[in-house]
Design a protein around this ligand. Sequence first.
Ligand SMILES: Nc1nc2c(ncn2[C@@H]2O[C@H](COP(=O)(O)OP(=O)(O)O)[C@@H](O)[C@H]2O)c(=O)[nH]1
Ligand SMILES: [Mg+2]
Length: 313
Amino acid sequence: LTVPAPTADLARAVRGGDRRALARALTVVERAGPDAAELLAALHSGGRNAATVGITGAPGAGKSTLTDRLIAEVRKAGERVGVLAVDPSSPFSRGAILGDRVRMQSHATDDGVFIRSLASRGHLGGLALAAPHFVRVLDAAGFDWILLETVGVGQVEVEIASHAETTVVVVNPGWGDGVQAAKAGLLEVADVFVVNKADRPGADETVHDLAAIADLAPPRPWRPPVLRTVATTGEGVRSVLDAVRAHRAHLADSGHGAARRRARAEQELRSLVLARLAEQADQRCRGPAFDAAVADVVAGRRDPWTAADDLLA
Ligand SMILES: Nc1nc2c(ncn2[C@@H]2O[C@H](COP(=O)(O)OP(=O)(O)O)[C@@H](O)[C@H]2O)c(=O)[nH]1
Ligand SMILES: [Mg+2]
């Protein structure tokens, strides 16, 4: 792909850590289209392999509060963090993520923190497809951590969170019967369980139940730890970050990380090839040659199979 000069400039500025360029780049990617493809191609190599963490869980579970605390922990460690608050569900819940943005204002003047809210415009699933692209842009900008917070536990939200290397599922006391988790497809995607609001009654039982459920699942090389947090005070939040680091180390040591990256690249490449072929097919199925072939088939001069071969030749 040839990258026009303005796009190359934008890519360079993103790599250089220019925050306004980063904001602009994310807007370009959000709009999709040819500009986005060029920009993403220009940013493809030279990412710094940030730790990506998806945070999912029912609305009100404390994801934003936890994210805010995780940002603080990451900053304490002297590392930089980019946050995407993703709301794929409906344009009407926009208020919720704006609220999140306000909540995370405590980091607004910190150069090591970048926060962006994304809401879907129209078709469901669009954000799920685009989420890896946003991650790529933030990775190119050199963040050590990328946090993806979704508003809820819909199918698309879970999918977005599971695009990350490590998926953190946030639940609350009383959430332990496993039925809800199984329903939401959370047991398969959880790399770390967090029982937040552990200051409320029933936290021990929920931790116990989740651990039992995790043990019931078919044996996996990584057993998701079940942690307790009180996000409002920050209690237990560091252990969440430690668990994410441990999971990341596991992915690296076991080769599972490389396998996942390969599978993701395969999937991405396949869908790009399919999209391009569909475009080409569309072009072949219009214009004089196509009209002539249709006329031939109608008149019985050619069979459709031969005509199709001819159009593709
Ligand atoms: N008691 C208690 N309340 C919490 C805790 N964490 C979050 N909350 C409150 O739960 C509500 C929802 O939190 P929020 O972070 O917006 O949840 P989200 O919808 O999952 O992002 C807010 O009023 C928080 O202050 C906690 O650990 N304990
Ligand atoms: Mg939230």
